[in-house]
Design a protein around this ligand. Sequence first.
Ligand code: DX5
Ligand code: ZN
Length: 224
Amino acid sequence: MPLIAPSILAADFGRLEAHAREAVEAGADWLHVDVMDGHFVPNLTIGPPVVRALRPLREETGALLDVHLMIEEPERYVDAFAEAGADIITVHVEACVHLHRVIQQIRDAGARPGVTLNPATSLTTLEETLPLVDLVLVMSVNPGFGGQAFIPSSLGKIRRLRHELNALGSNAYLEVDGGVKPENALQIRQAGADVLVAGSAIFRGDPPVAENVAALRNAMTLEV
Ligand code: DX5
Ligand code: ZN
């Protein structure tokens, strides 16, 4: 069963816990936390205190806190996010000179390491580190903002990554982030994704969050 990870970037920050809770109570599996530094990406979002504020909800519901660091020199903040309660910490291959060391640092800090790559970055950059991680995130938009359109060539990248993970015998999650909607969820799942991140499709627009979670769940579990 593929997992749904709502991106809280699209939630109402004025009532973040309540909005995130709606998604989890409607059946969302994880909470995806987008951290941006205004350098690696042209936007600023949130830091460890927000992860800490969501930790009671995580304890109560079991919904893992899936922290996506879109920041330069992520090694400077890994320990703070782990200490705040991140379950999974994902770093960009483009932001790490010593990616191998950062993966180890995440594990030593007690979190599960993930790696991610921008749409323009080749899967070959992960060749040496794929066996070491618990999650690989395929960015299907250029990171920095919610509400962008899914880049169609991401589907081929997801398929190739699925093939590589299978060939390695890896149990790492294959997560996809950016422009995920009920309209493309089935294709993304069929390409080999285990975890679908969705921000605007869950938290924006008129329908209640619970309906949006159900629509995404139904879309990706339909058989063609
Ligand atoms: C993009 C973020 C995504 C984004 C997803 O930089 O990493 O998690 O918030 O938002 P939607 O689902 O609206 O594309
Ligand atoms: Zn993200």
